[in-house]
Design a protein around this ligand. Structure first.
Ligand code: GDP
Length: 726
């Protein structure tokens, strides 16, 4: 797109054109320093005046208290900040003196929250991958890296913690090349390391940037740009030559200059680095110490210089609802409005917030938005952005912006919000089935209502979390994507809703389905003096496609069951489906049709027909070759070669299937599919089998039939422990 074209897509009213907007995420392994880096960014961009250190539990993006305690970041909070490259710097700055708007979307770092990571990746245009200068590339950074690759997110890398004992920039860089297969080249080199880490060398401009000691508040604001110290000159020159060589391999402009032996001006090289970074063909590598406030301003400069704005990435794609037609949503203020709601958040001050990313058009306060999922319209009464700890009302949001809607009720994470005559769905509403469940009850009986209200609210925010009542036992059941997921829900219940809960042991969320079609009949007839009961229904039941869920149709003709009783029959069928037939686990992927029945002028009523529905479903289900399904996990183990044999044997014993074995940098990567039921206690097992040197990650993959050899055991346990079944 030419620069003239770009102008036309920006509304004249907006303060920051799309070229000066960056939507970024900070992705990292837990503990690599994501929170500290974000914190410093917010400090340098002028939002917070006192730096909050993670260790004091005083940060901005970690809104939830238990995150501070656990030290992991779970929510996708979006924070807006502004950065202007310094004009007076002798360094060559592509955008010197021009303010940029940077929206930071917090990406969760733990695999239990895959759905959230993936959703936040979708709304980003670029990412800063933070690595620990001591540990290098850790397994979790690999997972996040792969997710970013899958969602085509351009990246720059920040090697953090250069001040820590054991910090080694070269190791982290070679890790990135080997383990992540990244075409990674330093644009900054460290000056010193560990306690002697002083600053960085800007490879492109061949200057040194040096900070003060950095442990005094605000000290890190000041830095000096100097000549490169004598001892590092050779190294810096070599790094520049290597960088030019790397860029010339992939960029024609630089290749030509190299070929003609012409000088390469820093701004020309920078423009080429930007082109390659945006195309995900190069990863510029930076370094610093967020904690000691060294290297953060150059990081912000690099975000502006190298990461793409909304116009530098391909247009978003959606589907026309109910069809397979792909609709392209171009980043342009002057076309219809289209956005994705990517995070719901209950804010203690502003109430319920819906964070959304605008892909096209504009949204003004007072406008009406349309939700293709619910086919409902809602009026937007308030719009805001979060700037540090401040909530700031805004009048209007434009293409490429990230903002929050206030006070809207019927929106769920993943919903598309658009103009009514631009009917498009950006994210198909496929919510994964939970794989694990547990029973919960309030510590004090009086809190039961408060507890169900809290759980309901949390379920609205998070489509991978569910809660319901087990109709048989009356117990409240919560279900989600992993143990940590549910632990955090319980924690939030306590902190945000002030309800303490007792929880049962985690249970596998098995599912039931059928393998052939069958017919079923249900009768509920009682004649016990006075007025009797009469309900009678016949149904057909057939398997539905995997993942298609439940369909219940009414095919009654000629009033064999009167119209007013049909909803009762459907109710009964659905209740039996939720409660399960075979082993008490929810039924999935079946089609039910109500086809026949009969009634009694006097004795028929809703309850009798509901019971008939339950019986009919159970009758058909038993004849339809029912099977039990179990959650299957995708497991990835990274281990030194020598433990491969033992770990493979262990996976086999866990009913696992090995999908692939790869060698990467002296490490072996085992990919396997293993039933979740066999994964309890795996963390301990892998530690003892590899003397603590192997690591693993896992995420839900699909549901598979439980083999007969294991079935009996599950059925027996299910009978003796109906409590937390779902
Ligand atoms: P996150 O889990 O990735 O968000 O990591 P945090 O920002 O919470 O940092 C984890 C720990 O590393 C905290 O104790 C930080 O104080 C510490 N830390 C973060 N950055 C640095 C750094 O640059 N140098 C040193 N020495 N420690 C750091």
């Amino acid at each position: 797109m030419s620069p003239e074209d770009k102008k036309t897509v920006n509304s004249p009213n907006r303060q920051y054109p799309m070229e000066r907007t960056r939507n970024i995420g900070i992705a990292a392994h837990i503990d690599a320093g994501k929170t500290t880096t974000t914190e410093r960014i917010l400090f340098y961009t002028g939002l917070i005046h006192k730096i909050g250190d993670v260790d004091d539990g005083n940060t901005v993006t970690d809104w939830m208290e238990q995150e501070r305690e656990r030290g992991i970041t779970i929510t996708s909070a979006a924070v807006t900040c502004f950065w202007t490259q310094k004009k007076e710097d002798p360094l060559v700055k592509s955008y010197a003196g021009i303010a940029h708007r940077i929206n930071i979307i917090d990406t969760p770092g733990h695999v239990d929250f895959t759905a959230e990571v993936e959703r936040s990746m979708r709304v980003l245009d670029g990412a800063v991958a933070v690595f620990c200068g001591v540990a290098g590339v850790q397994p979790q950074s690999e997972t996040v890296w792969r997710q970013a690759t899958k969602y085509k997110v351009p990246r720059i890398a920040f090697v953090n913690k250069m001040d820590r004992t054991g910090a080694n920039f070269e190791n982290a860089l070679s890790d990135m090349r080997k383990k992540l297969n990244a075409y990674a080249f330093p644009i900054f080199l460290p000056i010193g390391a560990e306690e002697n880490f002083e600053g960085v060398i800007d490879v492109v401009s061949q200057k040194a940037i040096v900070w003060g000691p950095g442990d005094v508040a605000n000290e890190g604001l000041r830095y000096e740009v100097k000549e490169i110290p004598e001892r590092l000159r050779e190294k810096s020159k070599a790094a520049l030559a290597e960088l030019i060589d790397a860029v010339s391999n992939k960029d024609d402009v630089i290749a030509e200059l190299v070929l003609d032996e012409k000088p390469i001006e820093p701004h020309v090289l920078k423009a080429a680095i930007r082109r390659l970074t945006c195309k995900i063909e190069l990863v510029p590598v930076l370094c610093g110490s967020a904690f000691k406030k060294k290297g953060v301003q150059p990081l912000l400069d690099a975000v502006v210089d190298y990461l793409p704005g909304p116009l530098d990435v391909p247009a978003a794609e959606g589907l026309e609802p109910g069809t397979e037609n792909v609709v392209k949503v171009e980043a342009d203020d002057n076309i219809k409005f289209c956005s994705l709601a990517f995070k719901l958040w209950t804010d203690p001050f502003a109430g319920k917030l819906v964070f959304f990313r605008v892909y096209s058009g504009q949204l003004k306060k007072g406008d009406t938005i349309y939700n293709p999922r619910t086919r409902r319209r809602e009026r937007v009464s308030r719009l805001m952005v979060i700037q540090g700890s401040e909530r700031k009302d805004i009048e209007q949001a434009y293409a490429g912006d990230i903002a929050a809607l206030v006070g809207l009720r019927n929106i769920t994470t993943g919903d598309t919000l658009c103009d009514e005559d631009f009917d498009v769905t950006l994210e198909p509403p496929t919510f994964p089935e939970p794989v694990i469940s547990m029973a919960v009850e309030p510590k004090t009986k009086a809190d039961r209502d408060k507890m169900s209200e809290g759980l309901q609210r949390l379920a609205e925010e998070d489509p991978t979390f569910r809660c319901f009542t087990n109709e048989e036992t009356g117990q409240l059941i919560i279900a989600g994507m992993g143990e940590l997921h549910l632990e955090i829900i319980i924690d939030r219940l306590k902190r945000e809703f002030k309800v303490e809960a007792n929880v049962g042991a985690p249970q596998i969320a098995y599912r039931e389905t059928i393998t052939k079609s069958a017919e079923g009949e249900g009768k509920f007839i009682r004649q016990s003096g006075g007025r009797g009961q009469y309900g009678h229904a016949c149904i057909t039941l057939e398997p539905n496609e995997k993942g298609k869920g439940i369909e219940v149709l009414n095919k009654i003709v000629g009033g064999t069951i009167p119209k007013e009783y049909i909803p009762a029959v459907i109710d009964g069928v659905e209740e039996a489906i939720r409660g399960g037939v075979y082993a008490g686990y929810q039924v999935i992927d079946v089609k039910v049709a109500i086809v026949d029945g009969s009634f009694h002028e006097v004795d028929s009523n809703e309850l009798a027909f509901k019971m008939a529905g339950i019986f009919a479903l159970k009758d058909a289900f038993k004849k339809a070759n029912p099977i039990l399904l179990e959650p299957l996990m995708k497991v990835e183990v990274t281990t030194p070669d020598e433990y491969q044999g033992d770990l493979l044997g262990d996976i086999n014993r866990r009913r696992g299937t090995i999908i692939g074995i790869d060698a990467k940098a002296g490490q072996t990567i085992l990919n396997a599919h293993v039933p979740l039921a066999e994964m309890f206690g795996y963390a301990t097992a892998i530690r003892s089998l590899s003397k603590g040197r192997a690591s693993y990650s896992m995420e839900p993959l699909t549901f598979e039939q439980v083999p007969n050899s294991v079935l009996t055991q599950i059925l027996d346990t299910a009978k003796s422990k109906p409590a937390a079944r779902t």
